[in-house]
Design a binder for this molecule. Structure first.
Ligand code: C2O
Ligand code: CU
Ligand code: CU
Length: 486
């Protein structure tokens, strides 16, 4: 085999995350000069032509220990980004210009998160996927007025998982997320730490926040909603990965883990690597899968998380794109440019997952998502802050029957618990959907049954949990309800 040589990308200057100078498109004239073709493994050559920006890794915050609590400070603030080379975009960010840091906590931690609102309008901060008391959930009931602070305090008592945080204020969730308010929140636990999985953050354990945006000619974010957008949610034509357009990531020739978050307002993706490269899905929103599932694409609706592992061991010198097969666009590029510094071999068995069986359920409850004359409804009604729609008994196992009664796409997310899928359109769900989940995709006229238990906290009328479609425009337009746990 011929030895290939690389010229280092000149963009060694890693842009610090989400600074205005980032994403300017002026880096990486460095191309690879090695002989990429005619090699024995027929792997695709590196191609950095259209992926000229450095991949951004959000900074990791592990908190400050104060009186045996892990304390985090989040400043929700205005920012400015240079998404394209020649214009400045006004944005919102958390401790930065766009998006926020990755918060990292361990099962067993006690956490305090101080959220300071500097954006001049009310906001909240919701910990999507986290099991927290209703009054710490950052729902529309815990509004933070401008120039005010809110402290969320909760223990971490759930499995290792990739979660996220974003605002959830009444009427403004969609526009604030679109402007840039979102970040990852990763839970670690001893079981997962002991597994031989890639775990070097930003090196072989890569956060991937996938979003789509539209820009006006002057570079500003375009969040005008056409009638079509009001019906179907806002989809943009430009894709951002961790806030960067056309990003290029260099990885080691080894297994690499990607923590995928669909952080888009409304777009559903079918994600795949170029050249049919297969990968293993290892996790859903709130848990590892019992064993890795080999796939060559994965569908993700807004709010869903999936962890995958790709084995690049045999692809030194190759480049792949990570594509959305539904839009036909490439989202970012991966270049295999470095020898592995640490090996990992994903085990064939990941975890034992306790799953409720149908016979344990004491009740079933149905949720019908529909749209009538422009109103977005669950069980025939729109969200009303003063109405509690459902009352669940603490500890009861329930079957939730969730139906999309429309010709448009929806999904379903619930706060304060996880669920597992019993069926999808009457059939056994795919093995890749058999982990703990909190958000489930509902294609037009589809039907899922899930099994769920609220066993962490009770939630009263002053601070109920929300359930809703995570197409954020649908949520804002009323496709949301409130539940108490008694
Ligand atoms: Cu990601 Cu109720 O939200
Ligand atoms: Cu949530
Ligand atoms: Cu919807």
């Amino acid at each position: 085999m011929k030895r290939r040589e690389f010229m280092k990308l000149t963009s060694a200057s890693l842009c610090s995350f989400a600074l205005a100078s980032c994403g300017g498109g002026d880096n990486s004239h460095g191309m690879f000069d090695g002989d990429m073709l005619g090699d024995s493994n027929n792997s695709p050559p590196l191609n950095t032509e259209s992926f000229t920006n450095a991949f951004a890794i959000p900074p990791e915050l592990t908190g400050t220990m104060i009186n045996s609590r892990k304390v985090f400070d989040l400043n929700v603030q205005p920012g400015q980004m240079n998404f394209t080379s020649d214009s400045i975009t006004a944005t919102l960010g958390i401790n930065g210009h766009f998006l926020g840091p990755t918060l990292r906590v361990n099962r067993g931690d006690d956490v305090d998160i101080n959220v300071n609102n500097y954006i001049g309008e009310p906001t909240t901060m919701h910990w999507h996927g986290m099991h927290v008391p209703g009054d710490m959930d950052g729902s529309p009931h815990q509004e933070i007025a401008p120039n005010q602070s809110w402290k969320a305090s909760f223990p971490i008592q759930q499995r290792a998982s990739t979660n996220w945080y974003h605002p959830h204020a009444e009427n403004t969730t969609a526009s604030q997320v679109y402007s840039g308010l979102a970040g990852m929140l990763i839970v670690d636990d001893e079981e997962t730490a002991a597994l031989d999985l890639p775990k070097r953050y930003g090196i072989d354990d890569i956060p991937v926040v996938i979003q789509d945006r539209d820009f006006n000619a002057d570079g500003s974010l375009d969040y005008t909603l056409s009638h079509f957008d009001q019906m179907n949610g806002k989809k943009g034509n430009t894709f951002l990965i961790n806030g960067v357009i056309d990003a290029s990531l260099d990885v080691e020739a080894k297994e690499v883990r990607f923590r995928l978050l669909n952080g888009s307002n409304a777009r559903v993706y079918r994600l795949a690597f170029s050249d049919g490269l297969t990968f293993k899905q290892i996790a859903t929103e709130q848990s590892l899968l019992p064993e890795p599932i080999t796939l060559n694409s994965v569908v993700m609706s807004p709010g869903e998380r999936v962890e995958i592992i790709v084995d690049f061991s045999n692809f030194m010198g190759s480049g792949f794109t990570f594509d959305d097969q539904l839009s036909g666009k490439s989202l970012f590029q991966v270049n295999v440019t470095r020898a592995a510094e640490v090996e990992s071999i994903t085990p064939n068995s990941l975890t034992n997952l306790a799953v409720f069986s149908e016979s344990q359920a004491v009740r079933s409850r149905s949720f019908e998502l529909s749209m009538f004359m422009g109103s977005f409804l669950i069980n025939g009604v729109s969200m009303n802050m003063d109405i509690i729609n459902e009352s669940v008994t603490f500890g009861d196992v329930e079957i939730w029957d969730i139906k999309n009664r429309s010709n448009m796409i929806h999904n379903f997310h619930v706060h304060g618990a996880y669920f597992t899928l019993l069926s999808r359109d009457g059939s056994t769900p795919g093995t890749h959907e058999r982990g703990y989940k909190d958000t489930v995709y509902l294609p037009a006229n589809s039907h899922v049954q899930v099994i769920i238990q609220f066993a962490d906290y009770k939630a009263g009328v002053a601070a109920p949990y929300m359930y809703h479609c995570h197409i954020l425009e649908h949520e804002v337009e009323g496709m949301m309800g409130q539940l108490i746990v008694v």
